[in-house]
Design a protein around this ligand. Structure first.
Ligand SMILES: CC(C)(COP(=O)(O)OP(=O)(O)OC[C@H]1O[C@@H](n2cnc3c(N)ncnc32)[C@H](O)[C@@H]1OP(=O)(O)O)[C@@H](O)C(=O)NCCC(=O)NCCS
Length: 191
């Protein structure tokens, strides 16, 4: 299942078909989720241009952010291994995007944005569940999320997904979720 927006022939190397999903929301509507592809740069540009200041502030910590073509390419041209992103569509329109990106110490940072008309229907929670599935398959040991402390919506989503241990530094809150034990090599005594 892929939206008509992306012809199959143009799919990038390593495109993970197994993350094409249908997600049923709390109100019964269905959205189509699939991995982000470079062709989504156009949709992302439009989404950011049309987004309200509050959404941009909470997602990018900047209410007036503008994404230049280099940044748009960076956000949509991903390797599906260390960098992974999913987009949700309904009626051919993008309604949400969620991603993880490598951060310091082998941790991956997650972020999500859902269009206002599609909020409080369980979509962000579902997309984080899918990101977690992908991260586990790719050996990520820990997730972190950074958000503004007044963002009670994402706070609740993260709490529901099991993120804990909130710290606040320079006005930014951080929570983490351990996905697996770190592998530490110990030499066998008999060797
Ligand atoms: C934060 C955001 C992604 C949440 O998306 P969403 O799809 O509405 O979240 P969900 O529907 O999965 O909600 C999960 C839980 O959070 C609760 N929740 C969602 N929005 C809430 C709000 N504004 N206030 C309080 N609780 C809220 C839901 O009720 C639900 O809890 P419940 O199951 O106990 O009812 C969305 O509000 C958004 O895009 N905000 C702007 C961008 C942003 O802040 N991104 C986060 C930066 S990492």
């Amino acid at each position: 299942m892929i939206t008509p927006l992306q012809p199959r022939a143009g799919l990038p190397h390593g495109y993970p078909y197994d993350y094409e999903r249908q997600v049923s929301l709390h109100d019964g509507r269905i959205v189509h989720v699939r991995p982000v592809v470079p062709g989504d740069a156009v949709l992302l540009a439009r989404g950011v241009k049309e987004a309200d200041a509050d959404t941009l502030y909470h997602r990018f910590f900047n209410p007036a952010i503008k994404l230049d073509s280099r940044r748009l390419r960076y956000l949509t041209d991903i390797d599906y291994e260390k960098r992974f992103a999913l987009a949700a569509f309904a009626d051919g329109e993008g309604v949400a995007i969620a991603r993880f990106e490598p951060a310091a110490g082998g941790v991956a940072e997650v972020a999500v944005v859902v269009k206002p008309e599609w909020r409080r229907l369980g979509l962000a929670t579902e997309m984080f569940a899918l990101l977690e599935e992908a991260a586990l398959e790719r050996g990520v040991v820990e997730f972190e999320a950074l958000y503004l402390p007044d963002n009670h919506a994402i706070e609740r989503v993260l709490e529901k997904r099991g993120f804990r241990d909130v710290t606040v530094d320079s006005g930014v809150a951080r929570v983490t979720k351990k996905l697996r034990e770190r592998f530490t090599y110990r030499e066998h005594p008999s060797h």
